[in-house]
Design a protein around this ligand. Sequence first.
Ligand code: AN7
Length: 402
Amino acid sequence: MHRVVCFECGGEVDDPFVDSCPKCGGLLTVDLDLDFASGLRPYDLRKRPLGVWRYAPFLPVDASRAVTLQEGGTPLYDCQDLRSIIGIKGVHVKYEGANPTGSFKDRGMTVGVTRAVELGCRTVGCASTGNTSASLSAYAAKAGLSCIVLLPSGKVAAGKLAQAMFYGAKVVMVDGNFDDALQVTSQLAREGVLYLLNSINPFRPEGQKTVAFEIVDQLDFEVPDRIILPVGNAGNISAVHKALTEWKALGWIDRMPKLTGVQAAGSAPIVRAFRDERMDFEPEQHPETVATAIRIGNPVSGKKALKAIYDTGGVATDVTDEEILAAQRLLGRKEGIGVEPASAASIAGLIKLVDDGVVARDERVVCICTGNVLKDPDTVMRSCEEILKAKPTVEDVRRVIA
Ligand code: AN7
């Protein structure tokens, strides 16, 4: 059984259509009663294939009615070249770009859209820097729901925009940034125009918990020392924390990895709060970065993220756009793994933290790479060498490649 409760005052919230606590305005979260797991052992779950729904007992929806595109079950790559280049004991990349719409958002969306169907909603919607809209559009199509997505004008990578259009969502470009778009979308949700499926909806992070379950499962329950991930709206790091907290409570894992959040230097409110040792953060008014996925100044789940970092002894750090693009190329050229810029922030963050002596050389680290390189071809083509040109003859091709 589960209850929706306020993350801040703990009060139970009955109305399924509110996005914050009616009493104190706090963030919502799902409180799972873990009694179901008392007779269950982690390996029992392995009867089902690796993927979000392997962990159905930990998801607060009816799995028999799941709206699914077979999300999750993504590779966990052991990156040996990266390990020696960076100079630490272990580096794994959890490659979320292998999800059905090419990002980790599918994990949350399969649960969120299943919830929307359970509630009898007809129209779903979100504000998005791109990936959430691509994912929601696909799951809404699968479920036969109408879908409205609000995007910051001119700041959404081509692949993501194409996906939202392709799956048939109503795409609205808003003349403002993500934070502006989310405010409008939330208001539309309050007016009953749409069911909000941003990560402020507590059912979204429930699905996103499964990335942490899978990492532990794929490592045969050997908990890594640290999990590093990019932070935008801060839903994912909070979900990872919740997942590990649940498994720790059951004794399925014996310790918590240090949760480490990486933001782009131009939009890093969580990093600033962490440096000042604060529990809350000041929004960044003009977020800017090449990693448009995490171009977010006022992260909705920012308080949850800070708690995740403090509780596990992790850190928050920022990286420049140059560091992000260099890490993206390194991952592609040394490991054959294609990620979008926001995802490369986790690798850039790892490199920086090892250089700064914050991450110890004997650590075993997992970096979550949240989205596929194909999401943002324009940035890739700008950051790589020029294309060679030749006449259609062997001689001329030999000449230009020499
Ligand atoms: C590739 O799609 O916010 O900290 O609207 O697309 O959970 O927000 C995307 C975020 C990291 C940050 N990596 O995750 C959206 C959106 C990629 C992303 C993040 C996003 P959160």
